[in-house]
Design a protein around this ligand. Structure first.
Ligand SMILES: [Zn+2]
Length: 115
């Protein structure tokens, strides 16, 4: 751990190293709590400052919790008497070589589990 001297931005007191900082943040409506972060804390007013390692950790975790909201619109077409939905290129690339799929219906959603 580094010994950087940081003065509290709120009350100017010398802060002390801390390894038990908890941060609560909201990602897409979900509240997530990240614990055991390192940095420093003000002994007077309790203000907390994350070090650079912890800031990076927080950013990575937030990225993980953020779901991509890309929705592809396709028309159901007919092929050989069957109704067919094309797999968008982006999704196909992400699937790699997987070529088996289990499909079921949930209300009006077609769920496809690929393996
Ligand atoms: Zn302070």
């Amino acid at each position: 751990m580094s010994e950087i001297e940081i003065k509290c931005l709120v009350c100017r007191t010398q802060t002390k190293e801390a390894n038990d900082i908890a941060l609560t943040t909201t990602v897409e409506g979900r509240e997530i709590v990240i614990t055991r972060l390192t940095g420093s804390r003000c002994p007077t007013c309790g203000e907390e400052y994350l070090d650079s390692d912890s800031s990076e950790k927080v950013e990575e975790l937030i990225k993980k919790f953020r779901k991509p909201k890309v929705i592809f619109k396709r028309k159901i077409t007919k092929s050989g008497g069957r109704r067919v939905i094309g797999i968008p290129d982006e999704i196909d690339r992400a699937l790699g070589k997987k070529e088996n799929v289990e499909i079921w219906l949930e209300d009006n959603k077609i769920i496809a589990e690929v393996y």
